[in-house]
Design a protein around this ligand. Sequence first.
Ligand code: FAD
Length: 616
Amino acid sequence: MQFHHHGYVSGDPRVLPAGVEDRPSELPDEVDVLIVGSGPAGMLLAAQMSQYPGITTRIIEKRDGRLVLGQADGIQPRSVETFQAFGFAERIIAEAYNIGWMNFWGPNPDNPDEIVRTARTADYAYDICEFPHLIVNQARVLDYFAEAAAHGPARITPDYGVEFLGLTVHEEGEHPVEVTVRDANGERTVRARYVVGCDGARSGVRAAIGRTHVGAMAAHAWGVMDVLVNTDFPDWRTKCAINSEAGNILHIPREGGYLSRMYIDLGEVSADDNRSVRHTTIDAIIEKANAILHPYTLDVKEVAWHSVYEVGHRVTDGFDDVDAGSDRTPRVFLTGDACHTHSAKAGQGMNVSMQDGFNLGWKLGSVLTGRAPEALLATYGAERRPVAQQLIDFDREWSSLMARKPEEISDPNELATFYLGTAEFPSGFMTQYTSSMITGTDAHQALAGGFPLGKRFKSAEVVRIGDGNVTHLGHHARADGRWRVYAFADRDGSALAAWAEAATPVFARFTPADADVDAVFDVKAIYQQPYEELEVAAAPALFQPKTGPLGLTDWEKVYTSGPYKWTTTDIFEARELSRDGVVIVVRPDQYVAAILPLDAVGELEGFLEGAFLPAS
Ligand code: FAD
């Protein structure tokens, strides 16, 4: 973590210097961005917008205060990677349950009334990345984002007890979205430049812009309970999929060492059920769980939370307020459950919702600070809608596999094979954005086989020259709205030096003259020579900028590759990088935007011209 950049800091370095003086406690009449809903999508967005003190962002929430009991708890590795960028990965890992294994249970072939363990599989997370697959209460995730939002330069805190009622998008005006809200004092209007509906599955924002959920409510119900029990079931502290003659359970141990969550299959719901399944009592759910677990038993001591829900698989017919064929740019956006809903069993909803917020936040920031054209905002829906559709398709397959009866299963290992074989998707790493104004072409992909264009930048260990520490290159990237440019050197560094000289004025074209030289592009060099043969001071000035009010030299932008004393990783090997060097341009939400040779500064400039406005 870097701090003291603006002068000596004696307190918590996570509290960034304030960029606003008096943030009004009342919701103002005019705002730049109005976020509706403080769930995972909304809170991530608020934390991201908090990096832009010049933009007035407010987040309204109809609840009276923080979420106490959250529904979601499965945190995929991509989300933990995202938490790293928001500065709280280590802290949340420390309090979470870490999914190491997933076990599978099925009917005992000799006595089908009883279950036996059929497979033990190591969870996919560590085969895929350095971040774990966690279980932690959604409420805690929101707490951490709330902290990041409150500690960012814009000092954003939710306006609780404010309910969104409706909106109108006017043709004209700087704040064309007129929003009606209700708070303790009654109804009033707020004018906004942009509104983001993060208001969940029953989104009022969605209804207000005339978008509808498309897809079917599936006729299958599940009971879910968070319980403290005594039991002889041996896998109580291991994630399990249990399939028995009496039904199915997805069992997920939770943080804290005692609590576990069970999703209990309540079976098909008939067309004339009229939601009566939702009145299934907790006693009936516990009884069903005991029947499925036979010969093991659950003695439930406390039910922390329970619910009954039916599975639906639906995607909204548009992620913003712009109709197909229109050439205007969006003013209203939908994120998270407001635009995609599905079952809870693949543990995806909160995770994908957060990525929606991450995708949109820096785009709003870039447009509202004048760095990028408004057309950038149209890429939000274009990029996230296909992801939502993939999510629905994956979840439909996973949840129907989980709901099968034993006689429908020919291979007892099929579920385990599917779970591991598709791991890249649920872990959150399959998203690959296609070519657009912010994702280049794959013409130079061969120079960097391990950084697929359009996928998120997969970190690897490197050695920081300034202090000889081994560090993960990608973990340095903060969710601060900046682009990252990783310049991997040629063998002796001469081509990198020439690139730095030629690229410096290009980056300057898109960086405001009164801002730090790395305010828009955080450019780092990664050499190939051994650490002992390199000196930071010999690196081009582009990699040692003097920034902040004191003009301090940044010592943390120059790296070299291992292997080295404390790492076996050679990032050039690990990520299949050309030994002639290569430049990787990474978006603020960590996706690889361009791959370029060191001698292609003109191509770099052409790419940036498409994504940015020249700095005024
Ligand atoms: P929400 O979390 O629904 O937040 C919407 C917010 O908007 C709420 O705070 C609400 O009060 C507020 N709001 C609504 N209307 C208004 C209004 N008119 N005015 C102001 N505020 C408003 N996902 C996972 O990734 N992993 C899991 O393990 C997982 N488990 C789940 C278990 C269960 C039982 C369920 C039901 C869901 C689970 N999910 C899981 C899904 C996950 O909870 C959702 O996908 C996620 O919460 C969606 O986030 P969101 O921010 O879009 O919406």
